[in-house]
Design a protein around this ligand. Structure first.
Ligand code: ARG
Length: 465
């Protein structure tokens, strides 16, 4: 190869236009794959030597050359250049500069198409596991906070209208289970990424007597692609990863919305720690939930990356097309978004305070015990629909007079719902309403404690995975 010529320059009479060069290049973002690229190349070159495709000495030179390049990259001493298009050619070209002719043998029986697919499989496998650990840590915080707040009762909503009171722990554990499914989805991603595409060549395999199983074992994969066309063009595992990340962001975004709402003056029963809030440059009284707002806001761009890749893949003929280079930036950005979001959420939840007196005040005198009144009538033999009607009237009666159920006098109760025992109604506190829900998965103390145990078991089980 002549100096200044690209790696594929043999067939060409002139170099690419400078705009083409810049447009084509991916090195400014795919340099992130360098450690995986080197790991993959070392496995490949060992296999080439083992199979007698290249000499052992060449292989050793290549391996140590690659290791020294890796060290340079780690220390920030490696200059990636756009002229060499991508991370693969930057590394290979530096290798040849460093060790001479032997460097040119590294790419034997391999194409950048199976090489980049390999890098991405290694990358996704490792990152999916990292995100899973972060999900697990956040679940741990939810378990701790659920344990610490077992006796806190909050209003439960449907349609954002007061529905029935629930334990705060119950609410927190709902997010535990969402994250549990997120963790399972990430395990699925790990599984799908756990396959070696190397040996597919550009699209059809290779004429050299390679040993794909060896490379697979060397790199710790559990399986390999059985079809070379599929191996170089499959990006399903990246889509799945983006979907899993999008779902995590969606969960965090819903949670964010609640934290924003519940910490506002109008609700006012949550206070974020100062370390997880920000102030206003103009209004001295402000304490803003910026972290939660940003998590909610950034969810949109992560969805965008999922939609973007789905659209990139739609209509692509087999096998490799340069469009596939577009699989990376969105994923990188999604990861750079979800990882700090999970970390920040863990800190934000671990440090928030719940204002119990405010909650007690809020729960006074709403009509969220209405279902319990209807259920009581049902226990006396009145059909539920009829009971619903009676209690509906009672709500209107009490609301018109601006009194809570328990503040209705016996004679007032007698007027609308004579079936109800005034003493029983007077004692219908939020605690009693909550405690009445003993059904599995419900919000009574015993049900939530049992749920907590199951969640904790699941959490401990995953700690070792
Ligand atoms: N930078 C390319 C990518 O990310 C590597 C593969 C290029 N292969 C090719 N035949 N142009 O997909």
């Amino acid at each position: 190869m002549e100096k200044g010529q690209s790696m594929w320059g043999g067939r060409f009479t002139k170099p690419p236009h400078e705009l083409v060069e810049a447009f084509n290049a991916s090195v400014h973002f795919d340099k992130r794959l360098a450690p995986y690229d080197i790991q993959g190349s070392i496995a490949h070159v060992k296999m080439l030597a083992k199979q007698g495709i290249i000499g052992t000495e060449d292989a050793q030179q290549i391996e140590s050359g690659l290791q020294s390049i890796e060290a340079d990259i780690k220390q920030g001493k490696f200059d990636f250049t756009t002229t060499l298009e991508d991370v693969h050619m930057n590394i290979e070209s530096r290798l040849t500069e460093r060790i001479g002719e032997a460097g040119g043998k590294l790419h034997t029986g391999r194409s950048r198409n199976d090489q980049v697919a390999l890098d991405m499989h290694l990358f996704v496998k490792s990152e999916a596991n990292e995100v899973k650990q972060l999900v697990h840590q956040l679940q741990g915080v939810l378990l701790d906070q659920a344990k610490a707040h077992m006796d806190v009762i909050i209003p439960g909503y449907t349609h954002l209208q007061r529905a029935q009171p629930v334990r705060f722990s119950h609410h927190l554990l709902a997010y535990f289970w969402m994250l549990e499914r997120d963790g399972e989805r990430l395990s699925g991603v790990e599984k799908r990424a756990d396959m070696s595409p190397l040996g597919a060549g550009a699209l059809a395999g290779t004429t050299f007597p390679i040993d794909r199983e060896y490379v697979m074992h060397e790199l710790g994969f559990s399986g390999l692609y059985e079809n070379s066309l599929d191996a170089v063009s499959d990006r399903d595992y990246i889509l799945e990863f983006l979907f899993a990340i999008s779902t995590i962001m969606m969960h965090l975004s819903r949670f964010s919305e609640e934290l924003i709402l519940y910490s506002s003056t109008e609700f006012g029963w949550i206070e974020l720690d100062d370390a997880y809030a920000t102030g206003s440059s103009m209004m001295p009284q402000k304490k803003n939930p910026d972290v939660a707002e940003l998590v909610r806001g950034k969810t949109g761009r992560v969805y965008g990356h999922l939609q973007g890749l789905l659209t990139t893949l739609k209509g692509l003929p087999l096998a490799y097309n340069k469009d596939l280079q577009e699989d990376k930036e969105g994923l990188f950005d999604a990861l750079d978004t979800v990882k700090p979001s999970l970390q920040l959420f863990a800190g934000m939840l671990a440090s928030l305070t719940v204002k119990k007196e405010r909650l007690e005040e809020l729960l006074q005198g709403d009509y969220s015990a209405a279902t319990d009144l209807a259920d009581e009538l049902v226990r006396q033999g009145i059909p539920f629909r009829q009971a619903h009607e009676i209690v509906g009237k009672l709500v209107r009666y009490a609301a018109d007079r601006k009194v809570a159920f328990h503040a209705l006098t016996p004679s007032q109760l007698q007027e609308v719902a004579p079936q109800l025992d005034p003493a029983w109604v007077a004692e219908l506190t939020p605690l009693r309403v909550v405690e009445a829900r003993q059904s599995r998965g419900g919000t009574s103390m015993s049900a939530v404690e049992m749920q907590w145990e199951m969640a904790n078991q699941a959490w401990e089980y995953h700690a070792f995975q």
